[in-house]
Design a protein around this ligand. Structure first.
Ligand SMILES: Nc1ncnc2c1ncn2[C@@H]1O[C@H](COP(=O)(O)OP(=O)(O)OP(=O)(O)O)[C@@H](O)[C@H]1O
Length: 471
């Protein structure tokens, strides 16, 4: 693996758990390829740890591998034998015996926990027994359960119906990298290309690890999606198949959303379902997996105003540029496909830049107030008789104040003073609609020239150039 980067907060919290004088149980979960195992390996690398990964196999084989891991830890130089514990109960008890013998706190990691539970459904109850009657008595075990089946981890491990409910002392939902962590992974890439890679991969560490920093963006797109056996050519299908029973229906829903159907009543019609209530379980599941999200304008209470959009950036890129071209790609006719992607890419990066600007705002310390929420806003402008949108609205703790921002991923010469007027007009519209006092206007741009900076400054609008994000 490349050099491990980011995850500072998670590592610090895990360290604190390890240093405590009590039994601790951390639950780590998140999307596939997001770096759960990498985080665990980094955390345990210089600590006494029994690490075992569940596999899609029988109970006997999972127990055998667990037994091997425990015996290896207890006696690393022993010649391998085929000893196996009688059952998981004995294996869990043995972990405690070893910790007691060695007289130190040990970490016991069960990675891919859902595979253990599939092969041996009693495992959660047996683990609960071990925690309540053994581990909590001696306080020298830190247990880590990890899994990428998010629904399994959320319902069967964290949920109140699980025997393990209430045992965890720390919970870590691992998310893709933001722009700033993405930069740590691709330090040699220039900032402009960085935004493209962030947009294409959604900051998922494994996808970032496929990027060759010496190649151009076009060459990397070719390498990741278009070449024969390209690692992401079929990744969305693989993920849908792994997580869902009826991937075909989900696939059609994603195609509909990617084509611009954002309301439930449009989506169910587009895919031939009978009603929007038939659609809801599918949408629910896709939201749980964080592939799509339901969006509403900031501070909007009326649920009817919400729309569905693809949240996972890699899915967004794939459904926009790859899904319709699979036949061409299979035939190796990728030149025109790549040309079309590169032509559309700046537009695709518009919303990515909005997201990056929001992340800048969350991290910036010298704002007029600390935001409680930062989101888009959209609504009807009665004077212009049309819908208007604002890229970024940040509100303070009691929703009384707002900062308003517009984001433009365009070269300096395409910026005009009308754009500043539009921002001011829209800020007034937001102020009226959500009853806030606007205390700051921001214009986020790729780059700006002196004329634009002057014009903005005269109107009290702060211009934030993309290059300053990293200072
Ligand atoms: N913090 C990190 N720093 C550098 N590279 C990372 C980091 N996290 C993940 N990676 C890269 O991403 C790859 C995938 O990560 P990992 O296998 O840990 O993901 P996972 O969430 O356990 O995935 P899965 O659920 O699919 O097994 C790693 O092999 C590594 O190349």
């Amino acid at each position: 693996m490349e050099k491990f980067v980011a995850r500072e907060r998670e590592l610090k919290n895990l360290e604190e758990m390890y240093d405590s004088s009590k039994f601790e149980m951390a639950v780590i979960y998140g999307r596939r390829r997001v770096g759960k195992t990498a985080l665990i390996k980094e955390f345990i690398k210089d600590k006494p740890a029994i690490y075992i990964q569940g596999i899609e196999a029988t109970k006997e084989l999972n127990l055998q591998y667990l037994s091997d891991a425990i015996m290896d830890f207890a006696n690393p130089i022993q010649i391998p034998t085929s000893f196996s514990f009688r059952d998981f109960k004995d294996a869990f008890a043995a972990v405690e015996n070893i910790a007691n013998q060695q007289n130190k706190k040990i970490i016991f990691v069960m990675d891919e926990f859902p595979y253990f539970a599939e092969s041996a459904p009693e495992i959660s109850s047996l683990l609960q027994y071990a925690i309540d009657h053994i581990y909590k008595e001696y306080n020298n075990i830190m247990l880590i359960l990890c899994g990428s089946s998010m629904s399994f981890m959320e319902h069967q491990v964290l949920g109140y119906k699980s025997p393990l409910y209430g045992r965890r002392t720390g919970q870590f939902k691992i998310r893709p990298f933001n722009l700033f962590d993405t930069k740590k992974m691709l330090p040699q890439v220039n900032d402009e290309d960085l935004l493209a890679y962030y947009g294409i991969t959604g900051g998922v560490p494994q996808y970032l690890s496929f990027i060759d920093q010496k190649l151009s963006v076009a060459e990397n797109i070719q390498k990741l999606f278009l070449k024969q056996n390209a690692p992401l050519q079929n990744e969305t299908n693989i993920l849908l198949q792994e997580e869902l029973r009826k991937p075909a229906t989900y696939y059609s829903i994603l195609v509909a959303i990617a084509n611009g159907d954002s309301k439930a009543n449009k989506i169910y019609q587009a895919i031939g379902l009978k009603s929007s209530s038939q659609l809801s379980p599918y949408l629910g599941k896709l939201m749980e997996l964080e592939i799509i999200e339901r969006k509403a304008p900031i501070l909007e209470k009326n649920k009817k105003k919400s729309i569905y959009v693809i949240k996972d950036e890699m899915f967004k890129f794939w459904f926009k540029f790859i899904s319709g071209e699979q036949d061409q790609i299979a035939l190796g006719r990728t030149k025109a496909v790549l040309e079309a992607i590169m032509h559309e890419l700046p537009r695709f990066l518009g919303p990515v830049f909005e997201q990056a600007s929001i992340e800048w705002m969350w991290k910036e310390e010298n704002l007029v107030f600390d935001p409680r929420e930062i989101k888009n806003w959209w609504g009807y402008n009665p004077l212009l008789k049309r819908q208007e949108e604002v890229d970024l609205v940040a509100v303070n703790f009691d929703n009384s104040k707002a900062m308003i921002g517009e984001c433009k991923w365009k070269s300096a010469k395409k910026l005009t003073s009308e754009m500043l007027t539009t921002l001011q007009r829209r800020a007034d519209l937001v102020a009226q609609d959500v009853k806030v006092n606007v205390v700051g206007l921001y214009f986020f741009v790729k780059e700006a020239d002196a004329d634009f900076l002057n014009a903005a400054s005269k109107r009290g609008i702060k211009v934030i150039e993309y290059s300053s994000f990293f200072k």
